[in-house]
Design a protein. Sequence first.
Length: 152
Amino acid sequence: MSAEAKIIELGLELPPAPPKGGVYKPVVIVNNLAYLSGHGPYQSDGTYQTGRLGEDLTLEQGQAAARQVGLALLATMKAELGSLDRVKRVIKTLALVNSTDDFADQPQTINGFSELFGQVFGDAGIGARSALGTNVLPGNIPVEIEVIVEVE
């Protein structure tokens, strides 16, 4: 099943593609690889989720934020590529989690993103991944994710 059809079948609502927050390109394509800049949990109402894991957000709330980042990344891919069906597979994901020093569940937090991409793209949606903790992210967002995908 195509990724576009899977979005409909799953009943997913993509937010608008997030506006740029600086001087950069949301997507750069080199040969058959699309490099997507870091995204936060951009919501359909034009706001970002905020909070810090281990302080004012639970693991489950962090997973929901990571899933929302995934939806924002899908929105950008669709806007920039024209169709999610151009995505052949996920190559690499780099995820940052805004967390306290004693919060150690960054990989489990980012599973919210990875599970979404697995639902949309199947096994091709699961690539290599790094999940790192950091003491702060722009605008106090809980999660920032960048991804490299192979495109047709």
